[in-house]
Design a protein around this ligand. Sequence first.
Ligand code: GUN
Ligand code: ZN
Length: 438
Amino acid sequence: MTKTLIRGRLLTFKRAPLSLTDTASYRYEHDGGLLVEDGIIAAVGDYAEVKAQAPDDVAEIDHRPHLILPGLIDAHLHFPQMQVIASYAGSLLEWLNTYTFHEELRFVDTDHATRIAGHFYDELLRHGTTTAAAYCSVHKTSADAYFTEAMKRGMCMVGGKVMMDRNAPQGLLDTPQMAYDETRAVIADWHGKGRNHVAITPRFAITSTPEQMQAAQALAKEFPDLHIQTHLSENLDEIAFTCELYPKAKDYTDIYAHYGLLGAKTLLGHAIHLSDRETDVLSETGSVAVHCPTSNLFIGSGLFPLNAIRRRKKPVRVGVATDIGGGSSYSMLRTMDEAYKIQQILGERLNPLDSFHLMTRGNAEALSLVDRIGTLEVGTDADLVVLNAAATPAMALRMETVTTLPEELFLLQTMGDDRAVAETYVRGTAMKGGLIGS
Ligand code: GUN
Ligand code: ZN
């Protein structure tokens, strides 16, 4: 049994913080110790107390003065879009048709899919992200590459072969039957292997016929524990086209409701432009609206009302995500900086404790995985990020005037990126350097 004692300033959340002074919402250890046994957190607390429980010859790693948090979680992104980031488009549908679909065609090739999947995980780890929920391409080969590379790194990943049978280039289309059969094959090959979670993944209503929605419904009935991920109400032209394609639906949300695709494990990317009726439906079904701030700004899709949607009488569960390659950064720190600015524009405040809760425990709850990830609780997987708030000269200078934990977190969020990630652990193994080239 391998045992490691990791020392540093520990921060983990117990629940969503209500304010900047809500110290009961988190646990902070100024000189903390984490004892990791075979990838699992075996003890957590004050360093001296945890050290007393460890064997004399335990391997020790000292990260002081850096902060150690649960690994960051990204609730929505697209692994075949690594070479789409920074594509110049005026709107969502133009961006999809001009760049994105063409790029995804390349994932029919196993070698290409494998190469990009390797880079994908290494890039996540460089940015401190240890779990993500991603879309593969329509090709089963892309899902095979995605889960193979996740297992090589021991990472906990959610992902799915995209289902799409219309309104895209021919090479990117399956059929309702193929989508059903191949999703079943991906489930059989990968779900529950290592730390893999397969998601039923109809891309969005525009690219799925009603017959394919029925196939997704059949899968959801057969595999009720699986995640379902799709896109909802990202852009006004998208919404108008969607409603033309499904004229009997009350609205966009009603399409997914009609096919039984809403529920506690449903992740809805963007969900920006919703009526009260639709928002109520998301709340009643326990579905998760995933906020993708850098993407929503970059593609010009709109301002997601993160605070307003959470404090309604019928609140909606939320996650936060990069949405690579519509998003413009792999960093969850950069993501929450943009989320903060969107709240500012909307006349709201997003406090840094709330942001760090969302990136860790909040997203673990959104993915229904908080029993394994997102906290530093004993018995959970030792996926960790080590953050240095003085990583650059400008950050170090600002750190000289920082006196409180919330101030430090806010500095990390406002100025931090991959340079602020001192180390990333997957199940207790240091991984920031990635696997490629190592
Ligand atoms: N809607 C359907 N597909 C996509 C995608 O790949 N990215 C974004 N941002 N929105 C989508
Ligand atoms: Zn997306």
